[in-house]
Design a binder for this molecule. Structure first.
Ligand code: ZN
Length: 194
């Protein structure tokens, strides 16, 4: 009995430590400002999907097409022009033009893992995808929602913004990640124009 109680205490202690570390980390990352690198390599932002972990070839191709669509948006003048006009919050100190420069400094490299969401993710929270600093080279996409490239693309853009250090408190639509969703839907019809 004593043994079990000790174990529970140790577990609780570890949980508290973990929570404190998590809090410190999130406060830190919110407070530091992002900087535009001195050297800007690209004429427009670009996402490079290096690895796709999917259940089969078909799903993998769908994500790949999503990546192509996402890059079409990033390369478009619609994206550049609309980004300049948007009123963002949580920009970590960057002005709109600086966000554009920050994103095009070098290719945004990432891996995509498609996963099967659980009941809570699928039916209660509606988790389309997520990013975690525990796996900073990955974005995770829930196959419950990501069923075609037009669903994959805006989520790739959204999660890529998390990977680049932008956040949102709750579902703040004025954040940079949600801004990408909005840009994708607003510029979508113009993407074919190159
Ligand atoms: Zn998000």
């Amino acid at each position: 009995m004593q043994d079990l109680r000790d174990r529970i205490l140790v577990l609780l202690f570890l949980l508290v430590i973990f929570f404190i570390v998590f809090l410190i980390q999130s406060v830190n990352t919110l407070e530091t400002n992002l900087k535009v690198p001195q050297e800007i390599l690209l004429s427009h932002p670009e996402i490079q999907i290096e690895r796709i972990e999917a259940k089969d070839q078909e799903e993998s191709k769908m994500i790949q097409s999503g990546g192509i669509l996402a890059n079409k948006l990033l390369a478009s003048t619609c994206f550049k022009d609309m980004l300049r006009e948007m009123r963002f919050t949580e920009t970590r100190g960057l002005k709109n033009e600086e966000i554009y420069d920050y994103l095009r400094a070098k290719p945004i490299k990432l891996n995509v893992q498609v996963y099967s969401g659980n009941f809570i993710e699928n039916d209660i929270l509606g988790v389309i995808g997520f990013f975690t600093p525990l796996y900073p080279e990955y974005i995770f996409q829930n196959r419950h929602y990501i069923v075609n490239s037009y669903e994959a693309a805006p989520n790739i853009l959204h999660e890529a913004m998390h990977l680049m250090g932008f956040r949102h408190n709750g579902a703040l639509e004025s954040s940079v990640p949600y801004g990408m969703d909005a840009l994708f839907f607003n510029c979508g019809s113009k993407l074919g124009e190159g």
